[in-house]
Design a binder for this molecule. Structure first.
Ligand code: F6P
Length: 546
């Protein structure tokens, strides 16, 4: 069964939200906060997650109307269709079952009349034994040495998820040193391998299609390098592959025991939980990989079973719709207060923008409202010294997610309170701002005269009223990270349902790819064909310098 096609702007709740928006548009968060009879509904508690949404430009009516909108868009029906394996990725005729690969194994998940859980568990077993063999040193390279380094070769979903998780959980390292090669930029791959010992390095080619230009080019460059350093027979010992394209894997020379399958019901950007996460399992050990899956599975159950008013991904998605479609915010920032999560914004950029960057609705009509927002961010406190100026005093309204942890990972870490005081202070400052009166009082105290104060005061005022969500989680563990990432995945899905778009295809990446292969041929043949005058002249300049 396919998803319903409901234009959100034609619903009764959308109209009510429009009227309600006028009432709340100029309200101050700090006043809304103090006028609420209770902030209970604005603090969602789940496992070791505390999701505080109280610093938002909303009141109880906003929340109720947004939930009404979710009901009118029949979100409940969409959730059950996704989890039931219906073909909700209609333009690619595929089911969307990345949630199935993180099953706890105690359920049946039917797809096309078949329970897919046994085959998921079988693949997991293969990941486990391969991981254990590599980490223990039982599996050896061509010259009989154990592996010390692993290189993930993939791009997009075959890179961003694994690299983000491996970076986030490096505290839990198995001892193997992970590397990631993604860009078709030859310098990227050559820079990565130049310090590697071919005898002790294992390469994992991750490509659902095994045809992606970047991945196959990098794999071939590495293959040539390996053969030149060792010999041809080394290929079968030093390469593993994760793909659906069995014939191409064989042609490459990969040993069938080192091949991990994928299913077309797991989309690239949602695939880190599947065998695409092999590099994660190798880098942090299978047990930790399993905990990551378990955290995600728990969030799946929360999402599936919790009423909307307490459902974290649902509420986050609705708030995002509120800012995107009513306040006309174009971007959202994600600011994790841990350096380990420095790749989270980049990962979320693909997950969110490749999913919801669509302008045609599920009926094939061009939408007349805004859809997918722009995601960006960096870790706190680094970002405070970079782009926070604009968030505090710029002309744009940028809702932010602040992600922080109660406990650091190192017992010896004596700086955690300093980090977290910034975390709390920033959301408070963004909300309260600083009035002209306070500024003037401060300047008077510092000894400035009246004319100096008049010159300076406007620059020092903070309007405040900047919305934030605060995520306070116990500790960064494989399990809590799994829950956090799954939370964002479900948020994406809910937004796509409300916006009446297809979140699981990505036709927008095709045009550039097609053109690039045409241009490449022209560059290689040194023959520029009919492009526009701008592109023609750039290509001629490029060729003239070769
Ligand atoms: O960027 C487009 C895309 O199709 C992503 O969705 C996918 O994750 C990536 O390319 C890589 O594709 P593959 O795994 O087939 O190499």
């Amino acid at each position: 069964m396919t998803l319903k096609k409901i234009n959100p702007t034609k619903t009764k709740s959308w109209k009510k939200l429009k009227t309600h928006f006028k009432e709340i548009e100029n309200e101050e968060i700090k006043n809304l906060l103090s006028s609420r009879p209770s902030n209970e509904d604005f603090n969602l508690k789940w496992n070791d997650f505390n999701v505080n949404i109280s610093k938002n430009r909303i009141d109880n009516t906003t929340l109720n109307l947004l939930i009404e909108l979710a009901n009118e868009c029949d979100l409940k029906d969409a959730i059950s269709k996704q989890f039931n394996g219906d073909s909700i990725n209609e333009t690619e005729k595929r089911a969307v079952l990345h949630t199935a690969v993180r099953t706890d194994g105690n359920e049946k998940i039917n797809f096309n009349g078949l329970d897919i859980v046994p085959s998921i568990l079988e693949t997991r077993k293969q990941i486990k034994s391969f991981t254990n063999d590599v980490i223990s040193g039982e599996l050896k390279g061509h010259t009989g040495k154990s592996f010390t380094d692993i290189v993930n070769i993939g791009i997009g979903g075959s890179d961003l998820g694994p690299v983000m998780i491996v970076e986030a959980l490096k505290h839990y390292s198995s001892g193997l040193k992970p590397h990631f090669v993604s860009n078709v930029d030859g310098d990227h791959v050559l820079e990565t391998i130049k310090s590697l010992n071919p005898e002790t390095t294992l390469f994992i080619i991750v490509s659902k299609t095994f045809t992606t230009q970047e991945t196959i080019s990098n794999a071939n460059t590495i293959k040539e390098w390996l053969v030149s350093k060792l010999d041809k027979n080394a290929i079968s010992k030093h390469f593993a592959a994760v793909s659906t394209n069995v014939s191409e894997i064989k042609k490459f020379g990969i040993n069938s025991k080192m091949v991990f399958s994928m299913n077309d019901w797991v989309g690239g950007r949602f695939s880190l939980w599947s065998s695409v996460g092999l590099s994660i399992s190798l880098a942090i050990g299978y047990d930790n990989f399993r905990k990551l899956l378990s955290g995600a599975h728990k969030m799946d159950k929360h999402f599936q079973k919790t009423e909307f008013k307490n459902n974290i991904p649902v509420i986050l998605a609705l708030l995002s719709v509120w800012y995107n479609n009513f306040f006309k915010c174009e971007t959202e920032a994600v600011i994790p207060y841990t350096q380990y999560l420095n790749r989270l914004p980049a990962y979320l950029q693909q997950a969110i923008m490749e999913s919801n960057g669509k302008s045609v609705d599920r009926s094939g009509k061009v939408v007349e409202y805004q859809t997918g927002n722009i995601i960006w961010g960096d870790t706190g406190t680094n970002s405070q010294h970079a782009f926070f100026q604009l968030i505090h005093q710029g002309t744009k309204l940028i809702p932010c997610d602040f992600i922080g942890f109660k406990k650091p990972l190192f017992k010896e870490n004596t700086q955690h309170n300093k980090l977290m005081s910034n975390f709390f202070a920033q959301t408070e400052a963004l909300m309260t701002g600083k009035s002209e009166k306070t500024v003037v009082d401060e300047l008077k105290k510092s000894g400035l005269n009246e004319s100096e104060i008049n010159l300076l005061k406007t620059f020092k005022v903070f309007k405040g009223n900047r919305p934030t969500n605060t995520f306070l989680i116990n500790q960064l563990t494989p399990e809590s990270l799994g829950s956090l990432v799954a939370m964002y995945e479900h948020k994406i899905f809910v937004q796509g349902i409300i916006w009446n778009i297809y979140s699981y295809d990505q036709w927008g990446v095709e045009l550039g790819k097609q053109l690039a292969s045409k241009v490449l041929k022209e560059i290689e043949d040194q023959k520029i064909s009919n492009h526009d005058s701008s592109t023609n002249s750039l290509l001629k300049t490029y060729l003239s310098n070769q």
